[in-house]
Ligand binder design. Sequence first.
Ligand SMILES: Cc1cc2nc3c(=O)[nH]c(=O)nc-3n(C[C@H](O)[C@H](O)[C@H](O)COP(=O)(O)OP(=O)(O)OC[C@H]3O[C@@H](n4cnc5c(N)ncnc54)[C@H](O)[C@@H]3O)c2cc1C
Ligand code: FES
Length: 257
Amino acid sequence: MSRTLAPFGRRLCPVVAHAEYGAYDVISVLDAEGPAPDPGQFYMLAASERWGGGADERPFLPRAFSVLRRHDDGRLDFLFEDVGPGTRRLCELRAGDGLWLLGPLGVGFRAPEDERRPLLVGGGVGIAPLAIWQDVLGAPALLGFRDAARASGAALLRDPVVATDDGSVGFHGLVTELLREEIDRSCAVYACGPPPMLEAVRALCAEEDVPAQLALESGMACGYGACFGCVVPTREGYVRLCVDGPVLDAGDLELVA
Ligand SMILES: Cc1cc2nc3c(=O)[nH]c(=O)nc-3n(C[C@H](O)[C@H](O)[C@H](O)COP(=O)(O)OP(=O)(O)OC[C@H]3O[C@@H](n4cnc5c(N)ncnc54)[C@H](O)[C@@H]3O)c2cc1C
Ligand code: FES
């Protein structure tokens, strides 16, 4: 499988911008030395200061994040939702702060075969790898969020169709209901989001006989194949998501759990 390889060792890069999109924070970091990532690849991130050493010593390990966007000058954007000590610290970063960055890691999205019509389906922070993929493909996007605060993240993609669980923005319902309306045999689906959403996308694509690539998540301690903490089951056995994914073919999965 082709992938852009990370240089050995982590790099200390300056944060150059911070922006808020409702419930989400986006930081830009200047990675002048690093190679351009493939859409769907990820980085292991840790703030250079106040990472660990808190009341319960967390966060201690770096955390995995999809690259949201890469700019021509080497700036990388990342999207965070504050769900724990690591994301909370990353959301606090401002221009001038330092970020340890290891990557790009893993295998990203592959272009559609047979002139299929690409369709992007994202949920919550799962919109991140779809933004950089849309920059390459220019494909339409269906995005689902819990509420209006999270739906502000839709501004990070071009012309998305938005669904919210509470009906506060766009279609009232699940993004997979939008997918059911849109899907046909000519599609190639690319999806990232919470496991129940990805399982619904997998099942629908199997039913419609449509190929899909899913960007999955699992707990990652190292990010480069050493700890086996990230294994997920496939029809062929367990794979390490950090080196064999995070993007897997939906057809290789029995279930997304
Ligand atoms: C390839 C990849 C790409 C990612 N991209 C992004 C991204 O772009 N943006 C983003 O915000 N996040 C992304 N994530 C998710 C992010 O890495 C995790 O949520 C990370 O754990 C956050 O660290 P934390 O210290 O803030 O929270 P943690 O303390 O690690 O907890 C995170 C969440 O997981 C739950 N959790 C923790 N441990 C367990 C457990 N053992 N079982 C079940 N639930 C548990 C917590 O309750 C919390 O809701 C990505 C993950 C992967 C693997
Ligand atoms: S995160 Fe360590 S092997 Fe995948």
